[in-house]
Design a protein. Structure first.
Lengths: 114, 111
C-alpha cells in the first residue's frame, strides 16, 4: 500500500513555543491532506482538511491561528502548533489522499508540552 | 457523513475467530465501508474495504449484506498481537473523502 511518513514521531516542547509536524506521501501525489488529533483513550478527531495550494478548511472548534497548516506541494503538508500549551499535548495524525480508494495514515506524532 | 455504531469492546482468546459488526443505517450510494486497526501511539492501519457482498484478503474478511446498512469484520484465528482498537468507517473515496471516526471497538485477545 501507499506510504505516508510523518515526522517527528514524538516531540517535547516548552509552553509558549511552536512545533512543526511534517507529513509526506512517499509514493503517490496527495491532493488532499487531513489532520487528526487523538487524546488518550479517545477516537480520532478531524481537525482540518487541506488541498494542495489552497487554504485549509478547519473543523468547528479548531483554532486556525493556533494550528497552521501548509500544503504547498503534492507530497508534503505541515502542521504547526503555535504557542503550544499543555492542553495541546496530544497525538497528532495525518492522512494523505490522492485518487485512491484506500486511506493511508502517518505513524502519528506524540506532542508533549511542558 | 454516515454515522457508524459498533460495540465498545470485545474479548477473545487466541485461535478464535472474532467478528465485529458495525451499523451504518444512513450509508450513501457511493459510500464504501473501510476498517482500520490502531495500536497505541500508532496511526490507523488499513485492514479491508468493501462495497457489497464479501471481500477477503490475507488478514480479514468483510461481510456486507444486500441493504448495506451493516457490515461485519471477521478476524480468523486471532493472536495476542491482534489486540487493538478497530474502527469501521463509511465514506465516498472518489472525491478525497473525509473520514469521521466513531468510538471504535477495543478487541482484547487473551492467551
Amino acid at each position: 500500500g501507499a506510504v505516508v511518513s510523518q515526522h517527528p514521531s514524538w516531540v517535547i516542547c516548552k509552553s509558549g513555543t511552536s512545533v512543526k509536524i511534517e507529513c509526506r506521501s512517499l509514493d503517490f501525489q496527495a491532493t488532499t491532506m487531513f489532520w487528526y488529533r487523538q487524546f488518550p483513550k479517545q477516537s480520532l478527531m478531524l481537525m482540518a482538511t487541506s488541498n494542495e495550494g489552497s487554504k485549509a478548511t478547519y473543523e468547528q472548534g479548531v483554532e486556525k491561528d493556533k494550528f497552521l497548516i501548509n500544503h504547498a506541494s503534492l507530497t508534503l503538508s505541515t502542521l504547526t502548533v503555535t504557542s503550544a500549551h499543555p492542553e495541546d499535548s496530544s497525538f497528532y495524525i495525518c492522512r494523505a489522499s490522492g485518487g485512491i480508494t484506500e486511506a493511508f495514515f502517518g505513524q502519528g506524532t506524540r506532542l508533549t508540552v511542558v | 457523513l454516515a454515522k457508524t455504531t459498533q460495540p465498545i469492546s470485545m474479548d477473545s482468546y487466541e485461535g478464535q475467530e472474532v467478528n465485529i459488526t458495525c451499523s451504518h443505517n444512513n450509508i450513501a450510494t457511493n459510500d464504501y465501508i473501510t476498517w482500520y486497526q490502531q495500536f497505541p501511539s500508532q496511526g490507523p492501519r488499513f485492514i479491508i474495504q468493501g462495497y457489497k457482498t464479501k471481500v477477503t484478503n490475507e488478514v480479514a474478511s468483510l461481510f456486507i449484506p444486500a441493504d448495506r446498512k451493516s457490515s461485519t469484520l471477521s478476524l480468523p484465528r486471532v493472536s495476542l498481537s491482534d489486540t487493538a482498537v478497530y474502527y469501521c468507517l463509511v465514506g465516498d473515496p472518489s472525491n478525497d473523502y473525509k473520514l469521521s471516526f466513531g468510538a471504535g471497538t477495543t478487541v482484547t485477545v487473551r492467551a
